[in-house]
Design a protein around this ligand. Structure first.
Ligand code: BV8
Length: 245
């Protein structure tokens, strides 16, 4: 992939960089993206129909077991060179913000320190009835288990469709997007809101917007630079070009 010299020069001299990642950055870690065909038992379900409070109310066991299946994939997955490159970039840029729609925790496992999780994290549980947050690692029986505090069902601590995003994370993501010099959109289909509006805020303040994705998205036509390829190859190449050892 040829990285435009003008982009290298811009990143070299930028003090403020914001990055938004989606399921595509975890694809090379073996985690299916949100919209590609799911495998096996789950192939018959549309994730957008499972990741809702209504689906959980109608069939808590089905939704809980879908997340247990995904937790198994995440537990076996390792951060890939794309995740690792963003951890290197964070160390090189004075004011770096990593915003993720992913719920797999791979950015943290790759060494990224300041990660804004817009859609929560599936390694955490919370109570569906009262939102009591549980200590990590409390293994309880049941599918889904019951909250030890109030007896309601447990659910994964992720944001479902129709639910509001965590206020603090969204506020910080908006702030970073409106204050950045460069905004990277990596591995996202750019259709889930409000995350998909973040690159628009960056464009609105004159930031350089870079899309890294093997496919086109609704953002492609608006981006300043489009690096069409897999994040696990493009990001390490970009980091090596801008910050050679
Ligand atoms: C909200 C967590 C306010 C769960 C997720 C009607 C009613 C209510 C709301 C709405 C509505 N109509 C629209 C909305 C808004 C809705 C929305 O945006 N819907 C979309 C579908 C139109 N949003 C919401 O509901 C949000 N909340 O609006 O609150 C509100 C409150 C109450 C009432 C009304 C409004 C909540 C959205 C959060 C949903 N939760 N995840 C879980 O994961 O189980 S979203 C889910 O999609 C994942 O987080 C995922 O990350 C995210 C976005 O998808 P992508 O990450 O982009 O993944 P995708 O598979 O789509 O694309 C992968 C991309 O990677 C592709 O482009 C592919 O080409 C690329 N790729 C593949 N391989 C690679 C690669 N790229 C790089 N390298 C590779 N190797």
């Amino acid at each position: 992939m040829d990285i435009p010299q003008s982009l290298i020069d811009t990143l070299c001299t930028s003090e403020r960089v914001a990055v938004l990642t989606g399921a595509g950055i975890s694809a090379e870690s073996g985690i299916p993206t949100f919209r590609e065909a799911q495998t096996g038992l789950w192939a018959q379900y549309n994730p957008e129909e499972l990741a809702t409070p209504g689906a959980f109310r109608r069939n808590p066991r089905l939704v809980w077991e879908w997340y247990q299946w995904r937790r198994g994939l995440v537990a076996k997955a390792q951060p890939n060179p794309g995740h690792l490159a963003l951890a290197v970039m964070e160390a090189q840029v004075a004011d770096f913000t990593l915003i993720t729609q992913n719920v797999d925790g791979l950015h943290q496992r790759a060494g990224s320190r300041n990660v804004l999780e817009l859609h929560g994290n599936l390694t955490r549980d919370k109570c569906f009835e009262r939102g009591c947050v549980l200590e990590a690692g409390e293994q309880l029986a049941g599918s889904p288990p019951r909250c030890p505090h109030c007896g309601g069902y447990l659910r994964p601590d992720v944001v479902w469709f129709g639910e509001s995003l965590p206020e603090e994370a969204l506020h910080c993501a908006l702030q970073a997007s409106q204050n950045t010099q460069v905004f990277l959109s990596v591995g996202t289909s750019a259709i889930v809101h409000p995350a998909a509006s973040l690159p628009e805020y960056a464009l609105g303040v004159g930031a350089v917007v870079v899309e890294i994705n093997p496919a086109e998205t609704p953002l492609t036509q608006r981006a300043t630079y489009v690096l069409q390829g897999p994040a696990g190859e493009v990001l390490p190449q970009l980091v090596r070009a801008v910050w050679p050892d």
